[in-house]
Write a protein that binds this ligand. Structure first.
Ligand code: C2E
Ligand code: CA
Ligand code: CA
Ligand code: CA
Length: 282
């Protein structure tokens, strides 16, 4: 009985971790998940370290599947990208995030911006620019309220296709963030060729700040160059007071991470925002 138990555990575990069958299980359920409203968005505050103001939010998608449980976006976004399901899903995310930001503006938080993650297949759609325009128009937001987050992979792999679209979006004042900066191949000098407004320093670099690792000065260098290029520099994954203090000292523009807040569902976010805006000097 014991070995049978052990055997079934092994079978169970390999069923869970086998990436092919996991992919299939995810892929098979994505479309129905959208129809059944199983996706929702959570929002993580971005905080200005000096004034301790909440300046913006990053929208992050969540999937609560009755069959699969909470599926990490790291897993299902990859599948959605490969199958191009990210196109309808991404359009819904953009629309939902814009609609929610408009409601926050109307509730007394008119300064907040919304950052939305955009995957490569979305950006490669011929009518991506039009989709953004229409979404802004239908939600009643101004283009400057919206920031699109792109990774280096997206920018580098299809540079020639992507560049004119980004330039058009910049032309109407939509903000463009380079996400996960430092994890890819792009050098700092390469940044000058991109129509970006924001640099998001990846968490892996922020983690180094909490140790005596000399690599910590790398973050300082990134911040300095980002600022010299007139980019807004955002630190991601800030978890400790010590990291916050160092980043503030080094002139980082915005802080995002568990130290201030995890990504929150709308009701909790609004409690958080109300608390911040009513604290004098905070
Ligand atoms: P990302 O865009 O780099 O998002 C940041 C991730 O770091 C989020 O994970 C966030 O919850 C997490 N995070 C934020 N602060 C901290 C912190 O202080 N400590 C730690 N340990 N983690 C922190 P999440 O929500 O699981 O998303 C993972 C990735 O999935 C995202 O990385 C992004 O690449 C992708 N993703 C999530 N939502 C969307 C979406 O709506 N569209 C697209 N295309 N991709 C998305
Ligand atoms: Ca992001
Ligand atoms: Ca990131
Ligand atoms: Ca990431």
């Amino acid at each position: 009985a014991k070995s049978a138990g052990k055997g079934s555990y092994v079978v169970f575990e390999s069923w869970l971790t086998d990436s092919f069958s996991e992919r299939m299980r995810i892929e098979n359920r994505l479309y129905a998940a959208m129809e059944n409203n199983e996706f929702h968005l959570v929002y993580q505050p971005q905080v200005d370290p000096a004034g301790k103001r909440v300046t913006g939010l990053e929208a992050l998608v969540r999937w609560n599947s009755p069959e699969l449980g909470q599926v990490s976006p790291v897993r299902f976004i990859k599948v959605a990208e490969d199958t191009h399901f990210i196109i309808p899903l991404g359009a819904w995310i953009l629309e939902e995030a814009c609609r929610y930001l408009k409601s926050l503006h109307d509730k007394g938080f008119p300064e907040l911006t919304m950052s939305v993650n955009i995957s490569m297949p979305q950006l490669l759609q011929t009518d991506f620019y039009e989709l953004v325009l229409e979404t802004l128009a239908s939600s009643g937001l101004s283009p400057k309220d919206l920031e699109l987050e792109l990774t280096e992979t997206v920018l580098l792999k299809s540079y020639d296709h992507v560049l004119p679209k980004l330039a058009a979006l910049r032309g109407i004042q939509v903000k463009i963030a380079l996400d996960d900066f430092g994890t890819g191949y792009s050098s700092l000098s390469y940044l000058t060729n991109l129509p970006i407004t924001t640099l998001k320093i990846d968490k892996s670099f922020i983690d180094l700040l909490s140790t005596d690792d000399p690599q910590g000065s790398l973050v300082e260098e990134i911040i300095r160059i980002g600022r010299r290029m007139n980019l807004t520099v955002v630190a991601e994954g800030v978890e400790t007071r010590d990291q916050l203090d160092r980043l503030t000292e080094q002139g980082c523009d915005r802080i995002q991470g568990y130290y201030f807040s995890r990504p929150l569902p709308p009701e909790e976010l609004e409690v958080f925002l109300a608390g911040w805006s009513s604290t004098p000097g905070a």
